[in-house]
Design a protein around this ligand. Structure first.
Ligand code: GDP
Ligand code: GDP
Length: 437
């Protein structure tokens, strides 16, 4: 089920990133906790009242050529209006209501999107009175919060989860594979879409001001039904916007949430940059099947080792996604294009693979026999049994004597053993450890 997206919008310095950190708390993006990955936080997942949602702080989206602060936040607001399901509009009590706030408020108001008005820096009782002037913005009760003290965050989360739209029912049948192509501008996403569909066609016209509704492109190949998610998004906007990191991540978030299989498209001519990592990291965190598509392979000067070298580079950069297959192709010459869809189909199957409990337990008992869990202060982790509780992605619960004794490295060991036995190519596996006395 697609997680809704919440965007935080507001002037610089009102405290957006402080609140962002508070909202996602210790529920950091999964890939960030793993060794070998360092990155600025771009998005996070939050859960409150049993509802999970992604949060993105639109602050810091610097737009080339947009010199004024007002222009920048206007772009942020437009982006949030297009991409988010709910907007947290943040102002601050300290400086009071400003013209910039009012202007952004009008944009948000006209959009009709659900908006929660949060007034930050309400650090004391006196400040609590300062929030009344924000009623004039027309978003109902402003919620006073303090990023410094952490007060009001629960109220804010209550308001968010209350107004958050229900996750939509899936528009497609179970057997349709939903595919999202993501990647930086100019890696060849739209060329690839055209090549896959086998005809030269314009996916959608660049009509300025059209509201972006996701346009999906369904097709069938060799008896398998697919849908390319959000092909309209690839043609939207000037590419200037998309060169900024947060913009492209945010642009990709919804498509990823709606997909089964994410194609991380990389430009073979250019190699890998951090931005590729962040987008791929989101696919991983969202529990999607994924694969790397190295495009423009026609333009690369090669010898018999070039492919292996490039694949090694991918493995070095994406340590958290060793499971994702790599395909080298050219959307232009259609070289090796025929390899793509069979792999997509394969990883989609792996994504919904269900392993019988007794088989899983056989593998885990063998793993434990070969390499028993380490002891911690004289206590040893004891695994009672293991069971797969979900697919898409495959999710395994390990019942143990004491979950605090399960260490990351041992969990990784078990995951590798499970993969060794059942493969799960192209899909992340989630492992939860629970107490069972
Ligand atoms: P952003 O630019 O909107 O992301 O704002 P930041 O989160 O970077 O915060 C800007 C400044 O405001 C920083 O110096 C924060 O420490 C400070 N700040 C954030 N929240 C609060 C708060 O609740 N009260 C006060 N007094 N300062 C805050
Ligand atoms: P997008 O921004 O990711 O959708 O990228 P486009 O599909 O618009 O492609 C960007 C540029 O790369 C265009 O000039 C394409 O003609 C070119 N391109 C796309 N695929 C290939 C390829 O396989 N080989 C070569 N040499 N160029 C390509």
């Amino acid at each position: 089920m697609a997680r809704p997206v919440v965007a935080i919008v507001g002037r610089p310095n009102v405290g957006k990133s402080t609140i962002f950190n508070r909202l996602i708390g210790d529920r950091l993006a999964i890939v960030e906790d793993k060794p070998g990955i360092t990155r600025d936080r771009i998005y996070g997942v939050s859960e409150w009242n049993g509802k999970a949602f992604s949060v993105i702080d639109t602050g810091g989206i610097e737009i080339d050529g947009e010199d004024t602060i007002l222009k920048s936040i206007r772009v942020q607001a437009e982006l949030a209006i297009e991409e988010a399901d709910l907007i947290v509009f943040m102002c601050e009590a300290k400086s009071g209501l400003t013209n910039a706030d009012e202007e952004v408020a009008q944009l948000l108001f006209r959009s009709g999107k659900p908006v929660i008005l949060a007034i930050n820096k309400v650090d004391n009782m006196k400040r609590a009175e300062d929030i009344y002037e924000f009623y004039s913005l027309g978003f109902g009760d402003p919620i006073g919060i303090s990023g410094s003290h952490g007060t009001g965050i629960g109220d804010l989360l209550d308001a968010v989860t209350e107004k958050l739209p229900e996750p939509k029912d899936e528009e497609y049948d179970e057997d349709v594979i939903r595919v999202a192509l993501i990647g930086r501008p100019n890696v060849g996403k739209s060329s690839l879409v055209n090549a896959i569909l086998g005809e030269e066609r314009v996916i959608v016209s660049d009509v300025a001001g059209t509201t972006r509704d996701a346009i999906d492109t369904p097709f069938e190949r060799d008896g398998q039904r697919y849908v390319l998610i959000d092909t309209a998004g690839m043609r939207k906007r000037g590419k200037v916007y998309e060169t900024t990191e947060k913009y492209s991540v945010m642009r990709a978030m919804r498509a990823i949430e709606r997909a089964d299989v994410v194609l991380v498209v990389i430009n073979g001519e250019e190699g890998i940059i951090d931005q590729d990592k962040h987008i791929a990291g989101y696919a991983h965190d969202a529990g999607k099947a994924s694969m790397f598509v190295v495009n423009k392979w026609d333009a690369v000067e090669k010898d018999d080792k070039t492919m292996q070298h490039f694949e090694n580079k991918i493995r070095d950069h994406f340590l958290f996604m060793t499971y994702a297959p790599v395909v080298f192709l050219s959307a232009l010459t259609k070289q090796r294009l025929h390899k793509l869809l069979p792999i997509v189909q394969h990883v989609a199957q792996q994504h919904s693979l269900r392993i019988a409990t007794h088989l899983l337990n056989d593998v885990v008992s063998d793993a434990v026999a070969i390499n028993p869990p380490p002891t911690d202060k004289g206590r040893r982790l004891r695994i009672n049994y293991v069971t797969q509780v979900a697919v898409k992605p495959p999710t395994v619960v390990v019942f143990v004597n004491d979950p605090s004794l399960m260490h990351f490295s041992y969990e990784r060991y078990l995951e590798n053993k499970i993969r060794g036995a059942f493969n799960f190519e192209g899909t992340p596996i989630r492992i939860f450890t629970r107490r069972k006395s």
